[in-house]
Every structure is written in C-alpha cells, then in structure tokens.
Write a protein that binds this ligand. Structure first.
Ligand SMILES: [Zn+2]
Length: 302
C-alpha cells in the first residue's frame, strides 16, 4: 500500500514530505575511459533516498550511501577486454516512499592500445602435462569462488599504495605469446622487484585466498570490499592465510618467480565488480567516506 500511495503522490505532482521525484545528478570524472580504467562515480540527489545502484558492463552494483542519504558513490571497472565505443551506465534509485527512478549516462570506452609481448617460459606452462589438468581446473574453480565471496562493505578510505617499491612495467593488458603460442592476455601489471622483496597490502582488506596455484604460483587475493579485489602472483613466500583481516602496509609475502614466470617480479592485478582493471588506477582513488560538502569525485576532503 505504501508503494501505491507514493506513486499516487508522484503522479498527482504532490510534494508529500520527501515523496517526490528526486533531481539526480551523476558525476563521472571524464566523458571517456580507457579499457582497464577504474572510474569513481558519484550520484547526488536533492532529497534523501533509500538506496541507489548502478548497472554497468552487464552487472549491477549497490552504490555506497553518504551520511545524509543524498550522495552515493561506487567504483566502475572498465574490463580491459570489453568492447570499445559508447556504453551506458544506468543509475537506479529508490526513494524513501519506495518510488523508483533512473538516470542513464554514456561513457565512451577507448582502446587501451595494449602491446604484444613475446615470452619464454618452461614448456609445462604453455602445454601443461595431462597430470596437472585436474589441478588447473580446481585452481580456476577456487578463484571463481573468490569472486562470489566478496564483502559488501568497503574497507578502504583513500588512495592505495604500491605493494612493493619497484618500477612498474608497462605491460598491463599485453597480448602474450608464450614460446611462440598465443595465450591469454595479461590481466595485471608487473612490478620489477628482486626475489625476496617484501610485498605489502596496498590498502586494508581481508585475505580471500592464499595458496600455491599452478599458473600463478604463490598467490594471494585480497578482498577490499564493495566489489574491489587485488591479486598477487608468483610469491616465494606467503605471510597470510585465508580469512585474515589485514591493514594497509602489512606484509602478505615475498617476491618470487613461482608458477608461470620468466623471472622474479610481482604480478599485481585488480578486479572491480569482476572487471579486470589496471591496479595502478588504485593509486588515484578518491578519498572516502562521502560527506555532504564533497562535490567533486577528485576532492581530497576527509
Ligand atoms: Zn604478470
């Protein structure tokens, strides 16, 4: 009955308390985004709302509500292999009278211009032996379950740090040819750190996975909440276990060359609502939580 009353008030144009159509403003930092980009979007309403969500890239994600109920924020991930061209972000809101409204905005996705890369690794990492196929399938299933297990609540409140102090290789998204055979594109970027260098959590999180996998070797996946995960591959040592909560800067392991690696380095990956994105974008995350005075996604206010 509440729903019917709300709709009636709206259709009659009566401002019954907060039961009127909100004026919605979507703030998107730029009209276009590169494949692999992380985009922080804000939705502002002139009246308090019950909730807001955003549909993007075939998925719908809840937006985090600010203290006064008028500001909402979410991260969007532009998958690095997603189509280029104009794509629609659809904001859906529910008012305090359960009235529903929506707003759409187009974001132009532009090519990441990812390079080709030829690599040489041990043959078993290009054509795995039959005896390892079950294990590889189990590894895939374990990782797939991680994406289902994410915590709804955001754990971070500002830009991330690098997980290791080392130069970044410009190889995010590269189309890779291993030992002359085309293989999957590079779902992360590599940091050229020496074997044994400490790897630290770039932001607060919960350890979603910490174990040895066939291709990625010593592997840690951190769940930062609100749809954001980061991944660490080829570690020679794991300092954390699944389920553990960790703070920014806490050690998660050591750089190594385990799994399909050409030599010691840290492979760093990130996912935003399943989209595979360049983790370097996390170094420029805006500060959270939301405050009513904040009116720009790039605002540094606390
Ligand atoms: Zn890598």
């Amino acid at each position: 009955m509440l729903v019917a009353a709300g709709v009636l008030a709206l259709s009659a144009g009566i401002a019954a308390g907060d039961c009127r159509a909100p004026a919605l403003t979507a703030r998107i930092p730029a009209a276009s985004a590169r494949q692999g980009a992380i985009v922080a979007v804000t939705l502002e309403s002139d009246v308090a709302l019950a909730r807001a969500s955003i549909a993007w890239g075939g998925r719908e994600a809840a937006m985090e509500k600010g203290a006064d109920g008028r500001l909402f924020r979410a991260l969007l991930g532009v998958d690095f292999e997603g189509a280029t061209g104009a794509r629609t972000a659809r904001f859906e809101v529910e008012g305090l009278c359960r009235d529903r409204h929506s707003l759409t905005r187009e974001i132009g996705v532009v090519s990441g211009h990812f390079p080709f890369q030829k690599l040489k690794v041990a043959p078993a990492y290009v054509e795995p032996p039959a005896s390892e196929l079950d294990r590889i399938r189990e590894d895939h299933e374990k990782v797939a379950r991680v994406w289902e297990s994410g915590d709804a609540g955001r754990r971070w409140d500002g830009p991330f740090q690098l997980p290791v102090e080392a130069p970044a290789r410009d190889n995010f998204g590269s189309r890779r040819v291993f030992n002359g055979k085309p293989r999957s594109s590079h779902e992360g970027m590599d940091l050229a750190a020496p074997a044994g260098a400490p790897v630290t959590a770039p932001g607060p999180g919960r350890v979603a996975l910490a174990e040895e996998l066939y291709f990625s070797g010593g592997t840690v996946i951190l769940d930062h909440g609100a749809g954001l995960f980061t991944l660490y591959f080829h570690l020679s040592r794991l300092d954390v276990r699944a389920g553990q909560t960790i703070g920014e800067g806490q050690s998660i392991g050591a750089v190594g060359a385990t799994g399909r690696a050409t030599g010691p380095h840290l492979h760093w990956g990130a996912r935003v609502h399943r989209a595979r994105v360049n983790p370097l974008g996390l170094l420029k995350l805006p500060s959270w939580p939301l405050t009513p005075s904040e009116n720009s996604p790039t605002s540094q206010s606390n």
